[in-house]
Design a protein around this ligand. Sequence first.
Ligand SMILES: Cc1ncc(COP(=O)(O)O)c(C=O)c1O
Length: 447
Amino acid sequence: MSILETYEAMHSGSRAWAAKAATVFPSGVTHDARAFQPFPIYVERALGPRKWDVDGNEYVDYIGGHGALLLGHNHPEVMSAIRGALERGTHFGSSHEFEVLWGQQVIDMVPCAERVRFTSSGTEATMMALRLARAYTGRERVVKFEEHFHGWHDLVVGRLGPDEARPQSVGVPGGFYDALTIVTPGDVEALRAALAGRDVAAVIVEPTGAHWGTHPLAPAYLHAIRELTQATGALMVMDEVITGFRMAPGGAQQRYGVTPDLTTLAKIVAGGLPGGCVTGRADVVDFLELREGDADWNAHQRISHQGTFNANPVSAAAGLAALRLIAEGDACARADAAAAALVHGLNDLFARESVAGGAWATSSMWHMNLGTTVARPADVEWDAPEEPAGIAPALFRPLRWALYNHGIDLMGNGGMVSSAHGEREVADTVAAMAASIADLRADGVLG
Ligand SMILES: Cc1ncc(COP(=O)(O)O)c(C=O)c1O
């Protein structure tokens, strides 16, 4: 049987659900990244570093709740906090003690954090951060970097690449991008030029480089952003929706020693449940403040903010439990170590098998090239002068099918490692990759 025939034979239950979903959702899915051909797997349950689909197949999971699960699925202490909160009620529509403890925990962990406002997602957090920056600076322009992802609200879906003049998304009003400048990441002079007019409210950046390090960014560039924003009165917004509490308990800003003015957080911050926040300098975040007796401020200067599920007690309890575990334990270091072992194991395999492929990782986020280049890092982080080439388009689906057949669920061209991943997951993944290479060669798609 071919790789695809095997995939179809092993996943008949998923195929049946996908057929039903096709009449319910556009493309049968609820998130673009979950769309997959000929159909995606349907997952029934998960535990630690693994998950199981409706056909009973087991996977080492590298999606990790789109990066939300640094501690793995169903960490017992987080689950117990969730259960405890559920017993007391899912939504009070009132202030409550967990939100205060949760916010304080963010302030205790994140270097730039002086004040916090919770949102329900990372998209809402980046939207709020940019609005705060505009309110604070009185400027409109925003600088973002090509390919950097900050959610799906109107402004941040600006064009994807230098040759693409249109916005990425139709449905956004034509003039919306007049106040958006897109800069090639890593280009200091381009950033200097973009900021020279002193009309920029904020520079927003994914600190790893686009898509959690798929296109790595030298940490020195973060320092350049910091210096240039400070010199020109723009705010630096570090989007740590993925890297926050992952690259270190205090995120990428702690690891790289760059303190932004504002940070956006989501995913890990809410312990595996929905939630996000904006945090940073008090004088900026306090543009959300309601001032007693100051009608002009309240009506014309502050920015308003609502959101039914902001800091709901169940997310707050889960987030607080997860952040405390991360602050007091070694979850970040354990996930990093497992990712490093995986990168070494895969690169040894690619070399042994003479495959044009290589893996690399930034912290616990790993990626691979396949069928494109033999460049591999000397250690774990990408260190070649050229950009990584990724997975050859013709190989992308066959590789994913083959890895599913052998029990691995990737995210993009790699994935998220949790502190629950250990030697067994690394060994299983390297063995699955070896079997997949053999399958790809048998199907005639890999040299
Ligand atoms: C860097 C970054 N910012 C923002 C977002 C948007 O977060 P959410 O999916 O919670 O809206 C994401 C989501 O993956 C992200 O990776």
